[in-house]
Structures are given as structure tokens and as C-alpha cells.
Design a protein around this ligand. Structure first.
Ligand code: C2E
Ligand code: MG
Ligand code: MG
Length: 314
């Protein structure tokens, strides 16, 4: 058992008991947000931050109710030719006043308030529905893999496999064209149930990608315990290719490792020609990044797909 502790220092003058407790509460809350099993001492200003956070939480609950989210799509390509191999679905919050908000600013909050399961399933179903509609218009190649990010909190859901299967059934999207991206931390849990869920998803035909590979932990043993299909090399190693030799060694090691394990490698965040030529020299075959295309709105992605098809035919 662990505890989160909020501390309020004794103040001069008279303080109302209610205020004291409220400050302790804010400090406890902060301790929980920072990862639990710790103490936090209340400081002036924490209450306004806490209020802002509370505002954001309420705003997010409202947005989920009002369905203010959209999915953008980033092409994944063969590095050598630039040919499309996949599309990654990336959620955005279309805030009525603040404009487009990126996931980094609201997914962690959705995780904390227990809203990420609902949101994540919505993204999955929306992306599948969109892909089916491109399919019926004839702009999407059958071989194009649709990748959807899954939060660790979603994998905690005992019903996750059934829910994913239901989303596929409702949209008609074939399981073998879907990849789910999970982060390394999920695989590190020794829990049998996680391994079982991943195995169950894979037996549906769904492929599993490890996102941001190399940022989490040094232990690679889980790769032998839990089979996966793709490793996504984190952006930091790709951008490091132009600066240091360590990044080169790491990318090379990952490319070789995945060859042995028969896992496909995808380089994330490829921004420059120099990075591209390093990746090719190191034997990396697939990638995504601003050099090829930014994440595109559904309308822009459609235009991209049409052009990609025309090039393929020509
Ligand atoms: P990710 O899955 O690693 O997605 C890649 C992120 O890198 C995206 O940021 C993308 O816009 C950005 N990116 C792509 N190419 C480049 C590049 O060349 N240079 C740079 N600097 N950045 C590039 P985005 O869309 O802001 O998403 C951030 C993270 O939020 C994602 O990282 C993913 O972990 C999470 N996320 C996005 N959508 C969802 C979702 O539907 N569910 C969950 N649970 N998480 C999501
Ligand atoms: Mg991803
Ligand atoms: Mg990533």
C-alpha cells in the first residue's frame, strides 16, 4: 500500500479551517497527479493552477458530450520510394474558442478522469468508418494499414478485446488492415492479462505496434514474451541521426533486432533529407514524418490518397 500526502505549512495569523483543508486537498491532488506515493507541500499559486486544471477537466467532459473531436491522418511510407504503406489516426480537439488542441494537452487529462476509454473507442470507430468510406470511393489501397493509438488505460479495460471487435463489426473494417499502437510501458507489466489481451487482439488479425520505441526502458525481454508486429523508432533517435553517433548505433541495433524477431520497423518524425539518407543506410525501410506529410484532416487526406493512387497507376 502507498499513500499520497498533502502538506500545508502553519501560517501566521488566523486561517479558516476550511481553507486549510482545501489547500491540503490541492496538495494531495497534486501528489496523486505527480505519480502517487509521495508528498507535496502546498505553495501559493497551486490553487489557481488547480482551478485551471479543474476547468480543463470540466471542459473536456463537456467536449466528449458535444463530440468536439476530429481525427487527422498521417501517411506512413516506404522510405525508398515514398509509396504509401499506412495511415496513423491522430485525434485533435476542435475547441469552440481555443481552436485545434493537440492530444498531448488533453489525452493525459482524459486518462486521469477516466474518459480515455470512451474517447479512444470513438477514435477507433471514426477512423475505421472513414477508412471504409475511402474504400468505397476507391481511393484507399487494400494494403494500406490503418494505425490507431491505444492508451494503457484502455488496455486495463477487461472488455477491450470485445469492444475493439465490436467497433470492427459495426464499421465493417477488416481486422487485418488495422494496427493498434501501444507504448512500451504496457508491455513491461508482468501481468498475464495484458499478454492475453494482446494475443487475443492478434488472433483477431489485428497487428500490434510499439510506439515511441526506445524511450521507455532498457529491458527488451518482453519482446520475446509478447509478440508484436511493428516497432516505431522514437523521433528522438531519428532527429539524433544528424547530431550524434549514439543515435546511429541505436537505430542500427533496433533494425537488426527487429530483423531477428521478424518485426517491421517504422521511423517516426522523419523531417529532413539527411535523416532519410541515414535511415536508408542503416537499413530502415519505413517511416513517417513531416518530410513526407504532416497529419492531414480527413478532407486533405482524401486528396493525398487520390494523388498517391494516380502516381501508382501512372
Ligand atoms: P505518436 O503516436 O507517437 O504520434 C506521432 C506524433 O508525432 C504526432 O503528434 C505527429 O503529429 C507528430 N509528428 C509526426 N511527424 C513528425 C515530424 O516529422 N516532426 C515532428 N516534430 N513531429 C511529428 P500528435 O498528433 O500531436 O500526437 C501526439 C501523441 O498523442 C501521439 O504520439 C500519441 O501518443 C497521442 N495520441 C494521438 N492520438 C491519440 C489517440 O487517439 N489515442 C491515444 N490514446 N493517444 C493518442
Ligand atoms: Mg502513434
Ligand atoms: Mg510515437
Amino acid at each position: 500500500m502507498t499513500a499520497s500526502i498533502g502538506v500545508v505549512q502553519k501560517q501566521r495569523g488566523r486561517v479558516l479551517a476550511g481553507d486549510l483543508l482545501r489547500r491540503a486537498d490541492i496538495a494531495i491532488y497534486r501528489a496523486k497527479v505527480e505519480g502517487k506515493a509521495r508528498y507535496v507541500v502546498f505553495e501559493e499559486g497551486m490553487d489557481t493552477q488547480a482551478l485551471r486544471r479543474l476547468d480543463l477537466e470540466n471542459d473536456l467532459r463537456r467536449a466528449i458530450e458535444a463530440q468536439e473531436f476530429v481525427v487527422h491522418y498521417q501517411p506512413q511510407v516506404t522510405l525508398e520510394s515514398g509509396d504509401l504503406t499506412g495511415l496513423e489516426a491522430l485525434v485533435r480537439w476542435e475547441h469552440p474558442e481555443k481552436g485545434l488542441i493537440h492530444p498531448i494537452d488533453f489525452i493525459p487529462i482524459a486518462e486521469d478522469i477516466g474518459a480515455v476509454r470512451e474517447l479512444g473507442l470513438w477514435v477507433l470507430e471514426e477512423a475505421c468508418r472513414q477508412a471504409m468510406s475511402w474504400d468505397s470511393e476507391g481511393v484507399l489501397e487494400q494494403a494500406t494499414v490503418l494505425s490507431v493509438n491505444i492508451s494503457p488505460r484502455q488496455l486495463d479495460d477487461p472488455q477491450i478485446v470485445a469492444r475493439v471487435a465490436a467497433a470492427l463489426a459495426r464499421t465493417g473494417f477488416p481486422a487485418n488492415r488495422l494496427a493498434l499502437e501501444i507504448t512500451e510501458s504496457v508491455l513491461l507489466s508482468e501481468s498475464r492479462t495484458i499478454a492475453d489481451k494482446i494475443a487475443a487482439l492478434r488472433s483477431l488479425g489485428i497487428r500490434i505496434a510499439i510506439d515511441d520505441f526506445g524511450t521507455g526502458y532498457a529491458s527488451l525481454t518482453y519482446l520475446t514474451r509478447i509478440p508484436v508486429d511493428f516497432l516505431k523508432i522514437d523521433q528522438r533517435f531519428v532527429s539524433g541521426l544528424e547530431r550524434d553517433d549514439e543515435s546511429k548505433s541505436i537505430v542500427l541495433a533496433l533494425v537488426n533486432l527487429s530483423r531477428w524477431l521478424e518485426i517491421e520497423v517504422i521511423a517516426e518524425g522523419v523531417e529532413s533529407r539527411a535523416q532519410l539518407s541515414h535511415l536508408l543506410a542503416l537499413g530502415c525501410r519505413q517511416g513517417q514524418g513531416f518530410l513526407f506529410a504532416k497529419p492531414l484532416s480527413a478532407d486533405d487526406a482524401r486528396v493525398y490518397l487520390e494523388n498517391a493512387r494516380k502516381q501508382l497507376v501512372a
